[in-house]
Design a protein around this ligand. Sequence first.
Ligand code: IMP
Ligand code: MG
Length: 182
Amino acid sequence: METDVLGNVIFTEDQIHQRVRELGEEITGDYRREYGNDTALMVVSILKGGFIFLADLIRHIHLELSIDFMAISSYGESTRTSGAVKIVKDLSDSIYNKRVLVVEDIIDTGLTLSYILRNLISRGPQEIKVCTLLDRTARRIAPLEADYSGFQVGEDFLVGYGLDYLQKWRNLRYICALETTK
Ligand code: IMP
Ligand code: MG
């Protein structure tokens, strides 16, 4: 019988916090420089994976901001992307004419996010940027680059700090690899 167990820790709690703080400071600095101190931002988190990262990140962004959530179904119950994406919860507010920052847990093939971005762009925002905690650029299918990216990651399937396998392990404070033992 196959069982899934936690493998190596890939990013510790301290490493994550340090990097999230840096990202927040970088975002704050960039937006202030480009748009001035009074710029307002709408931060959109993709559920469920992005919620813990969002909660930590926004506390390091020193700009006026609001948050909104969107949920899509993409992975089903496996570790592979299906390509088929459905919006299961839409944003509550309009993004028309707003500066939007989309916050993702991980960009893998990029198929999910490219679908989301196409959908959001059709709503007429002033601008859309993307911030992802984890970036697996080697597996990219959709031509897509994050404006802000926390860590490059390899092939290992990762769980913790919001990321799940079969809805489990989102509550880990660190990020670790999933191992399948036989
Ligand atoms: P993509 O469409 O291939 O870029 O898949 C992106 C989505 O798949 C992410 O937002 C995650 O929800 C999920 N995903 C991709 N890789 C992992 C992983 O290593 N662990 C947990 N979820 C993952
Ligand atoms: Mg996700």
